[in-house]
Write a protein that binds this ligand. Structure first.
Ligand code: GLN
Length: 470
């Protein structure tokens, strides 16, 4: 029996290398686990046929905005129902080259707009730690799949926090890479200046391994660059010489639950014991202006990116009459409430007469937020904070209040706007639910994040198997 709940991708790789089992047997074990546990969790929108064909490595699951040749890709929207891409996204192609077989496509908030996976047009996913609660979002299907042992690892996407935040809520590891290190070719676009694909895993070492597979320059995405140094698998168990900054505003923001602060403080104490130098720093305006800045820039880009869903090129088409009526019907029937809200916000912010006051102003604020981070990194190597202000909330708790939902990304958005990498690792439990620690690095400092995350993970000894499934 393969215990998919406990097995890490690294351990699974070892088993394959030793010939303890075949890639097809491993794949089958996960499909069996999915058949058994996914009816409750709904991490997957669909599993794929023949995913193990030609696989030589550990299987994987993809968020459903990653194009997969011949396999339906919907971004959890009705407007893309039935859409089968004719090519693989670069990240999918790289996973294939590395021998990883595809288990299936995971649930998400429609077009990655949301923080709970409740905006999926195909019904929400549930948190494996407590199925009455959300897994976070928008990559909640990927993080729930990994937490529930339904995939050894997965890919998600992070625009404002959609890998880090659900990783925190599900007690798994999530990396939002430096902007430009992972190709967006073949990804259903939300906000192109922010979108990044990244790994969701059980351990930091698995995260480094998967990042190594997907990262690096892609001629098909001109925003990508070659990594300045090869990915290093973290080994060190101490933090000697590392300067950790604790941004006051990110750690004392309104709305952070006391149980979350407690676990993060404990992790910071452990970092000190491991030899890190810890000091306070300031990001004076990043928290105050991060959300409003993000909610101008992201919807603006989304309103432009989503213009392509017009009933002509992809998926759904409804309405009779002239072409204009067809556009209207298709977009009205195909998009859910949240994409419609973003399209309206973005169209307004970009419209003549308002552009400078809204979009232009947000771009200036974005530069200011980036500069604040640059200043903090003059004194520190890594910045830490809670990933999410709260633990996983009940399904339905925020669906009627978009602003409360947006606040879930209060702490992940600032560094995203700055283009910086962020790693979330589980650091403890509050009310029996996982708490995530966010580690932010300089551009291209993924190796340092892996090193710090790995040492902390070892010392904190968090058990990633949800208590109710042990
Ligand atoms: N929750 C944020 C939003 O709704 C971030 C989503 C994301 O990172 N894709 O836009």
């Amino acid at each position: 029996m393969i215990d998919t709940l406990r097995l890490t991708a690294e351990e699974a790789t070892g088993m394959l290398e030793r010939g303890d089992l075949t890639a097809a047997e491993l794949h089958r074990a996960y499909l069996d686990a999915i058949a058994e546990r996914d009816p409750e969790i709904h991490a997957y929108l669909r599993t794929v046929e023949g995913g193990a064909d030609q696989a030589t490595g550990v299987p994987i699951a993809f968020k459903d905005l990653i194009s997969t040749k011949g396999v339906e890709t919907t971004a959890a929207s009705k407007i893309l129902a039935g859409y089968r891409p004719v090519y693989d996204a670069t990240v999918a192609e790289r996973c294939k080259q590395a021998g990883l077989g595809l288990l299936g496509k995971t649930n998400m908030d429609e077009f990655a707009m949301g923080s709970s996976t409740e905006n999926s047009a195909y019904g929400p996913s549930r948190n494996p730690w407590d199925p009455t609660r959300v897994p976070g979002g928008s990559s909640g299907g990927s993080t729930a799949a990994v937490a529930a042992g339904l995939a050894p690892w997965a890919l998600g996407s992070d625009t404002g926090g959609s890998i880090k935040q659900p990783a925190a809520l599900c007690g798994v590891v999530g990396l939002r890479p430096t902007y430009g290190t992972v190709s967006r070719y073949g990804i259903v676009a939300f906000a192109s200046s922010l979108d990044q694909i990244g790994p969701v895993t059980k351990t930091v070492r698995d995260c480094a391994r998967l990042y190594e597979i997907i990262a690096g320059r892609d001629p098909a995405d001109t925003t990508t660059v070659e990594l300045p140094e090869p990915v290093q698998l973290p080994e060190a168990e101490d933090l000697k010489g590392l300067r950790i900054g604790v941004p006051k505003e990110l750690n004392e923001a309104e709305g952070i639950e006391s149980g979350v602060t407690e676990q993060v403080q404990k992790a910071i104490d452990v970092a000190r014991e491991l030899g890190a130098e810890v000091g306070e720093c300031r990001l004076p305006r990043s928290v105050e202006f991060g959300l409003p800045c993000y909610y101008l820039i992201a919807p603006s880009e989304a309103s432009s990116n989503l213009a392509r869903y017009d009933g002509v090129r992809y998926g759904l088409r409804t309405g009779n009459g002239d072409v204009r009526a067809m556009y209207d019907h298709t977009r009205n029937d195909g998009f859910g409430d949240e994409p419609k809200r973003r399209i309206m916000l973005g169209t307004y912010a970009l419209s003549a007469g308002y552009y400078e006051a809204f979009y232009g102003q947000a771009q200036k604020v974005r530069t200011m937020i980036r500069d604040e981070h640059t200043a903090a990194f003059e004194q520190f190597d890594v910045l830490v904070s809670p990933t999410s202000p709260t633990v996983a909330f009940e399904l339905g708790a925020r669906t009627d209040n978009p602003l409360a939902m947006y606040a879930a990304d209060l702490l992940t958005i600032p560094s995203n706007l700055a283009g910086l990498p962020g790693l979330s690792i589980p650091c403890g439990l509050s009310e029996g639910l996982p708490v995530g620690l966010q580690l932010i690095g300089r551009q291209f400092a993924e190796n340092l994040l892996f090193r710090a995350g790995h040492a902390l993970e070892r010392a904190l000894e968090f058990d990633f198997v949800p208590e109710r499934l042990r």
